[in-house]
Design a protein. Structure first.
Length: 73
């Protein structure tokens, strides 16, 4: 799955979560976050990304023989 497809999938999940939310502020936050993922998906598509950013940074770290800076595992 491409990074763009992953972002679109997350956006869909967040929109569904927003629809179930009763609190208007929380609903707006879920919608705003979903919109951010759609923007990110468009950027991935424009840039022609085929691998995840995490994978690329990890590959770069290996190629430069440095330890990758991993925030999440």
């Amino acid at each position: 799955m491409t990074p763009a497809a992953k972002c679109r999938r997350l956006a869909t999940m967040l929109r569904a979560k927003a629809e179930q939310e009763r609190d208007p502020e929380a609903r707006a936050e879920w919608q705003y976050t979903a919109r951010g993922y759609l923007i990110l998906a468009n950027q991935f598509e424009r840039n022609g990304a085929r691998t995840s950013a995490t994978r690329r940074s990890h590959e770069f770290a290996i190629s430069t023989k440095k330890r990758p800076n991993v925030l999440y595992e």
